[in-house]
Design a protein around this ligand. Structure first.
Ligand SMILES: Nc1ncnc2c1ncn2[C@@H]1O[C@H](COP(=O)(O)OP(=O)(O)OP(=O)(O)O)[C@@H](O)[C@H]1O
Length: 477
């Protein structure tokens, strides 16, 4: 006896709530909603934006993200199939299963999420954004979720240090980058820190600094709450590097950036001007332009790369290869010990610099804000931190720094030295100043930093950052 292969029809003919015929269909890329009477436009939705398709009785509901002028939005479109005979039901059920498999390829459906909301982050809208934008998508995707609203500084850290790791598939933050910093450091204090670092984090932008979301989703979607929520529902775990920061014997983890000099002053030194919104950074920069203050630091770097052209070539190779969800990670023999510091006693062969500079900025992601691509060649998990040592500039050079900053133009600036490093040391040679680590204020004292490859985990739709650096050196085409 020969068995016929069962083929799932890719088209489902339905009747809409207004009694019009409506057709749902899908291919390998799109889910399509068509009105055969042509009274409504045909809508093509990328399969990645299909949040859920399900059947209740004889009604088929499709929950999809569509693009509107204001960003992405969740919509539900329903249709019913004729009669309640078992054949129509079986056809529709098989069709729904096929769409869901195509919309969630090798992905677990109905994630169990731990949501951390910072009601005080940025403009203070996180709680209402969660209710209006995030929760409807989580509900449509039939995720289960536990919500904690942070009640004090450090609360996210405490929550992360105690989280029941086996009960959740990811931690979702509705906040800015400050809360991510707290979560990571909370994981480091968990009784199984190495396992905790494997818990994927999905940031939903609701703070004043949302660089992680921007890097993961790009400038178009990085500040879009619906797109970031989709990442929480459908993103895949991607390893990211962390840095240990050792300062006066105390160890902290940094996932995003460290800076001193002008770039720290314009963030931490303008906090009293919060009422100005993000204009305070522009004000801080202009203040720096006027004063042309230079800062003395002693910096030594365990250099991996320092040729700008070669770093761009390495970036292109990285971007042209398969997605980088996983990488060889740090030693994992033990789940109870933090990774060792490999180079803390090493000095030989390091590059030393100690002239007065405008700033030192070290970072793990290309964009530090929508307006500034400070680290165009940074990637999530190469085991290196990108370091910019900005030499002194004339006032006109500093003002020119605004041109194309969002596209990474400053990368090619002659007086900006750029390194990829596996470790570095920095010692202030002046008494007072600002040290910012992941946007948080730290004591203005000497510290040691070392990268741990792929130690922590985020969710990603692409397996790399969604940021393109296409600028060529000046004078080339
Ligand atoms: N209930 C609370 N009261 C005061 N501070 C809080 C509260 N909950 C969290 N925080 C603190 O808010 C800070 C900001 O965190 P968040 O990540 O949301 O935003 P951000 O963009 O990094 O910072 P901000 O918007 O404050 O500039 C964190 O340092 C966190 O400890």
């Amino acid at each position: 006896m020969t068995t016929m292969p069962v083929t799932t029809p890719r088209l489902l003919e339905l009747t809409s709530v207004t009694k019009q015929p409506i057709r749902f269909s899908f291919n390998d890329t799109f889910f399509t909603i068509r009105d055969p009477s042509k009274n409504a436009p045909t809508v093509h939705v990328p399969l990645t934006h299909v949040v859920w398709v399900g059947i209740t009785g004889s009604i088929v509901d499709a929950h999809v993200l569509v693009t509107t002028r204001a960003g992405r939005d969740l919509v539900k479109i329903s249709g019913s199939f004729q009669g309640d005979d078992t054949e129509a039901n079986a056809t529709a059920t098989a069709w729904v299963q096929a769409v869901m498999s195509a919309a969630y390829p090798d992905l677990k459906i109905q994630r169990r999420l731990f949501v951390v909301i910072n009601p005080h982050g940025g403009p203070g809208k996180a709680a209402s954004l969660f209710k209006r934008k995030v929760e409807p998508i989580l509900k449509a995707a039939r995720c289960t979720y536990k919500v904690v609203s942070t009640e004090y500084h450090g609360h996210a850290s405490k929550v992360a240090s105690e989280i029941a790791l086996d009960d959740f598939d990811a931690v979702v933050t509705v906040s800015g980058d400050g809360t991510l910093h707290e979560l990571i450091n909370g994981f480091s204090k968990h009784k199984h820190p190495m396992k905790a670092f494997r818990m994927p984090i999905a940031p939903i932008p609701a703070g004043s600094g949302n660089a992680t979301s921007l890097n993961l989703l790009g400038t178009k979607d990085g500040l879009d709450v619906a797109s970031a929520t989709l990442n929480a529902v459908k993103g895949r775990p991607m390893a990211i590097d962390l840095l240990s920061i050792l300062q006066s014997g105390k160890r902290t983890f940094s996932f995003l950036s460290q800076c001193v000099g002008l770039m720290a002053d314009l963030d931490l030194g303008t906090e009293h001007l919060r009422w100005m919104g993000s204009n305070r950074f522009v004000y801080g920069y202009l203040r720096g332009v006027m004063s042309r203050k230079a800062y003395p630091f002693a910096i030594s770097i365990k250099t991996g790369m320092s040729q700008k052209g070669a770093m761009v070539d390495a970036l292109q190779e990285y971007n042209n290869s398969a997605p980088h969800y996983d990488v060889p990670r740090v030693e994992e023999e033990s789940t109870t010990d933090l990774p060792p510091l490999k180079y803390v006693d090493e000095h030989d062969g390091w590059t030393s610099l100690d002239g007065p500079i405008l700033f030192m900025y070290a970072g793990k992601g290309p964009l530090v804000s929508p307006e500034l691509m400070q680290f165009p060649v940074a990637v999530p998990n190469d085991g290196m931190v990108d370091l910019v040592i900005q030499g002194r500039l004339s006032r006109s050079e500093m003002l020119k720094g605004f041109d194309g900053a969002e596209k990474g133009s400053i990368y090619w600036q002659d007086k900006a030295q750029y390194f990829k490093a596996s470790a570095y040391r920095l010692k202030p040679l002046l008494k007072d100043g600002n040290l910012s680590i992941d946007g948080e204020r730290f004591p203005f004292e000497e510290y040691y930093a070392e990268v741990h490859r792929g130690l922590a985990t985020v969710l990603s739709m692409r397996g790399r950052y969604s940021v393109d650096f296409t600028l060529k050196p000046p004078g080339t085409t």
